[in-house]
Design a binder for this molecule. Structure first.
Ligand code: C5P
Length: 227
């Protein structure tokens, strides 16, 4: 079952504190960006990769694409100031139709079986996102005071990929723009537009490389994968 993946890669990664885009940091001799792209290059269901980049990083990213023979990368639109704007740039650069996935370039450990489950669910229901069950107790807190304990049985921690029928994501994205609605993920835009979005159970190691501690864990995960 075919899909196109849209990958925002135009962030600054300030929480990583690397002084440059964290996606260029290396794990086992290869950039985080190259690791994430390779997952989709190797997936037979993936027919194209649209990568949102900063203009100032375009040349460096083109070099990585050439060196790693990432032949599925078909467009490099310019990203925006917020992640949502970078995803919108990808949507504008894409052909209408089919199933589209949005996946953070900073998540190199996504598994192919989860991707396929997402594609199947998005095709059936309109939208599906990767997530894991919350492990910890979660509480709503205001000004340092606990207001309420959330029902953990119903809480999920949401990741990417987030998969949609193309027209669902397009409509959700257009409505968000008209109403100046800023979401922290694409599912939020689809929910806001009234679409059903399903959960597909993913794995806890599908981490977003965000802070320096994640690098050591990432190295460990890669070594384990190669064993
Ligand atoms: O900063 P964070 O890790 O949450 O960003 C998630 C993904 O979105 C990263 O791959 C990052 O490069 C991308 N991003 C983007 N444009 C932005 C902000 C983030 O493409 N303005």
């Amino acid at each position: 079952m075919d899909y196109t993946v849209m990958m925002p890669a135009a962030g600054s990664g300030t929480r990583m504190g690397a002084g440059h885009n964290k996606l260029f940091l290396e794990l086992e001799g290869k950039s985080i960006l190259a690791h994430t792209l390779a997952v989709f290059q190797q997936d037979p269901w993936c027919t194209g990769i649209i990568l949102a980049v900063k203009d100032s990083e375009r040349t460096k990213i083109k070099t990585i694409i050439q060196q790693e023979q990432l032949t599925k990368v078909c467009a490099l639109p310019e990203g925006g100031t917020e992640r949502q704007h970078s995803v919108k740039a990808c949507l504008q650069a894409s052909e209408a139709g089919g199933i589209v996935l949005v996946h953070d370039a900073a998540r190199p450990f996504i598994k192919q079986n989860v991707i396929h489950e997402l594609v199947i669910n998005a095709s059936r229901h309109g939208g599906a996102v990767a997530g894991v069950k919350a492990k910890d107790t979660m509480k709503y807190v205001t000004d340092g005071v606990i207001e309420e304990t959330a029902d953990r049985e119903r809480l999920w921690v949401i990741q990417t990929p987030q998969a949609f029928r193309y027209e669902v994501l397009k409509e959700a994205s257009q409505l968000a723009e008209q109403e100046n609605f800023l979401g922290t993920d694409e599912a939020m835009l689809a929910e806001h537009a009234g679409f059903e979005v399903r959960i597909v159970e993913s794995t806890y190691d599908n981490i977003k490389m965000t802070t320096p501690e994640d690098l050591a864990y990432g190295e460990y995960l890669l070594k384990k994968r190669l064993e």
